[in-house]
Design a protein around this ligand. Structure first.
Ligand code: 5GP
Ligand code: ZN
Length: 114
């Protein structure tokens, strides 16, 4: 989807602070971080939201989770703890309609979330 913000980041049309990239996954720092570590881990394939997933996306979504944990580990937050979140649609505050896994760490994260 050409006008999608995150597809444009994947194509390097918009700059981002990239923390990981491979053929299928990109991770970059959130522009408005809510914790000392706040990265977004996205599939390179454009999928709008979690409710659009099909079985062919299972591997991609699994990779997002595995990669988020690897980044948390690499940044020194795996043992202390981290949070991973998919916001879906309006009530959850989804603003960018390209599936993204938020990875937050580095401070005590309250539960339940706001
Ligand atoms: P959502 O609210 O859809 O769950 O999360 C979208 C996230 O994308 C927000 O945390 C927001 O700060 C982040 N974001 C929005 N625009 C940009 C941008 O241009 N670059 C980066 N790195 N993050 C962005
Ligand atoms: Zn996209």
């Amino acid at each position: 989807m050409s006008d999608c913000l995150f597809c444009r980041i994947i194509r390097r049309e918009i700059p981002a602070s990239i923390v990981y990239e491979d053929d299928r996954v990109l991770a970059f720092n959130d522009i408005n971080p809510q914790a000392p570590l706040h990265a977004l881990v996205i599939p390179k394939r454009h999928i709008e939201r979690l409710t659009d997933l099909t079985p062919q996306d299972d591997a991609a979504i699994g990779e997002l989770a595995r990669r988020a944990a690897a980044i948390a580990r690499e940044k020194g937050y795996a043992d202390g703890g981290f949070r991973t979140v998919f916001n879906t649609n309006a009530d959850a505050g989804q603003t960018v309609f390209h599936v993204h896994l938020h990875l937050l760490a580095g401070r005590r994260l309250g539960w339940p979330p706001g």
